[in-house]
Structures are given as C-alpha cells and as structure tokens.
Write a protein that binds this ligand. Structure first.
Ligand code: A3P
Length: 296
C-alpha cells in the first residue's frame, strides 16, 4: 500500500526527446504496445489544460447524465491515465484499462508522436483540449507545488524559464499543442480550447456529443453544464482529487480545483515576463494558424 514516506519525486527521463516520469519510461514498451479498441475515446491534453473537466463531461455523456453512475469512483479510476503507471498506484493506468469493458474513455498527456499506434490503426476518436500557455503555466506551477510526486517548481521566475524551455513533465507546451493541431485533419480528432468551453460550455459540450454520435437535447446539455461547472466539480469528491492522500497531493498548498478561470495569469506575470512569453510564443508558433485567447 501507499504509505506516507513512500512518495518520492518523479525523476524525469528522456523518452524520444520528451521528459516523462521515470515510471512511464520504465513501462514504455507496454504503453507503446497498448491495444486500443475501435470504440475507445481518447482524451488528450497537455497537463493543466482542463483534462479533469473534459473527463467529467465525457463520462456524463457516456453515462446518459446519470450522476449516480458518475459517482461510482474517483475520476482517475473511471478514466484510466494510460501512461501514468507509477507504483504504488492511486490512479489507474494501462493495466487497469486492459481489463475494462468497452466502451472505454482513456486519458493521455502524450505528445502526438508518442501516442500508441494502435489508436490510429483502430481509427479511434480523440478529443484534444488546449489551453492558453500563460494560464497553463500558472496552473502547472501551483500543481507542481501541491503534487509531491512532481519536481519542485522553484520560484515563479525560475519556473517560467523551466516551462518555456519545456523542462517540465510531458515537455514543451508549444510542441505539444502545435503537433496535435497539425494532425487534426489526418485522424478523427476534435480539437477544442479551454477558453471556448469556459465561454460557451453548452455549445462546446454539444460539439463533443455530436463528435461522439449523440445529439444531446437542451435539457440534457443543461444538466451536464451544471454538473460539470467549476463550482460543482470543486465540491465533488469524485472529481476534485480529495480522495488522493494529502502526502501525495497537498490541497492545503493549492487546491486541485484552484481557480478554473481564463486570465488568472494577469495576477502572476510581470509586464516584462508577459512580453518575454509573447516573444517566445510568437517564435514557437510561427507559421501556424493556431490561436489562443488569454482573456474572455
Ligand atoms: P487552475 O489551476 O487554473 O484553476 P487538469 O485537469 O488538466 O489537471 O487541469 C486542471 C485545471 O483545470 C485547473 O486550473 C482546474 O481548476 C481547472 N478545472 C477543473 N475543472 C474545471 C471546470 N469544471 N471548469 C473550469 N476549470 C476547471
């Protein structure tokens, strides 16, 4: 069992140029060989893009908005996180996913070139969600502080450089969002933005339903919007990670459901930092028609 004192910080290991948790690297052959099924739905995000939010939305769609069924287990067991197989486990990974009955919803944070090939062979549907890098960086900074399995982020000034250099778990935000964007027409990928879901949750959830082959009536959409609002998810023990022991995720340091907004970065970035970030952003996404909103 997982006991206080057994949690050690992840060492990041280079897997084909991407810094990943050492446990992911240790299981890489099994992860790469994961057998997808044609009706699997894959959620993919760079960390802190709102993964948990999408997970809850998709579970609500799949469970026909039955909130009882969506309370059957914590979100990290309802939807396995394929490549996070750090023993001793608190989240479910590819091992538990193999034993799950279909239809399955699965989660990864992998950059596109590291997606197990059978997802493409089976032509699985993938929902990718991206969030603007400034809010992502702030959210990741707090998450690395509260999650004792993650590398200590240092102070904010230092962290910003680490983030821009892509020396964080799952690597460069820029490479991640861009490569997924470039692939969106080559596979069955629905590419969504956190900011759009914040602005129009009903419209974006309708889109997710349509992508999954379900026309959701207005009343159903409304129930899903309510159940998956930030305020409701913050109070939902099956969604807010409060079931993870505090020696792993210390929510007194920073709650998992922290702010849930667009534009919190403005209270963290100095003007100089924002400009530095914008320069890097322009350079790294040059030639791409991928655009982000940093305010609503
Ligand atoms: P903040 O730290 O900015 O608050 P992930 O699930 O990928 O780890 O992302 C976590 C981020 O998504 C956190 O951002 C969290 O608050 C936010 N989030 C979670 N549920 C949300 C919801 N229902 N609505 C809006 N944001 C949500």
């Amino acid at each position: 069992d997982l006991l206080p004192g057994t949690i050690t910080q992840w060492e990041l290991v280079d897997v084909q140029g991407v810094p990943l948790p050492s446990s992911t690297a240790d299981h890489w052959d099994q992860i790469w060989g994961f057998q997808a099924r044609p009706d699997d739905v894959l959620i993919c995000t760079y960390p802190k893009a709102g993964t948990t939010w999408i997970q809850e939305i998709l579970d609500m769609i799949q469970q026909d908005r039955d909130t009882q069924k969506c309370s059957r287990a914590p979100i990290y067991q309802r939807i396995p996180f394929l490549e996070l197989c750090r023993p001793p486990l608190y989240t479910y990974c590819f091992k538990e996913a193999e034993a799950m009955s279909s239809p399955r919803i699965l989660k990864i944070h992998l950059p596109i070139q590291l997606v197990p090939p059978s997802f493409w062979e089976q032509d699985c549907k993938v929902i990718y969600v991206a969030r603007n890098p400034k809010d992502t960086a702030v959210s990741y900074y707090y998450f690395q502080q509260m999650n004792h399995g993650l590398p200590d982020p240092g102070n904010w000034d230092q962290y910003l450089e680490t983030f821009l250099a892509g020396k964080v778990p799952w690597g460069s935000w820029f490479d991640h969002v861009r490569a997924w964007w470039d692939a969106r027409d080559k596979h069955r990928i629905l590419y969504l933005f956190y900011e759009d879901i914040k602005k129009d949750p009903r419209g974006e959830i309708r889109k997710m339903g349509q992508f999954l082959g379900r026309e959701l009536p207005e009343s159903v959409l409304e129930e899903i919007v309510q159940h998956t609002s930030f305020e409701n998810m913050r109070e939902n023990p099956m969604a807010n990670y409060s079931t993870v022991p505090s020696f792993i995720m210390d929510q007194a340091v920073s709650p998992f459901m922290r702010k849930g907004m667009v534009g919190d970065w403005t209270t963290h970035f100095t003007v100089a930092q924002s400009e530095r970030f914008d320069d890097e952003w322009t350079r790294r996404l040059e030639g791409s028609n991928l655009h982000f909103r940093t305010r609503l």
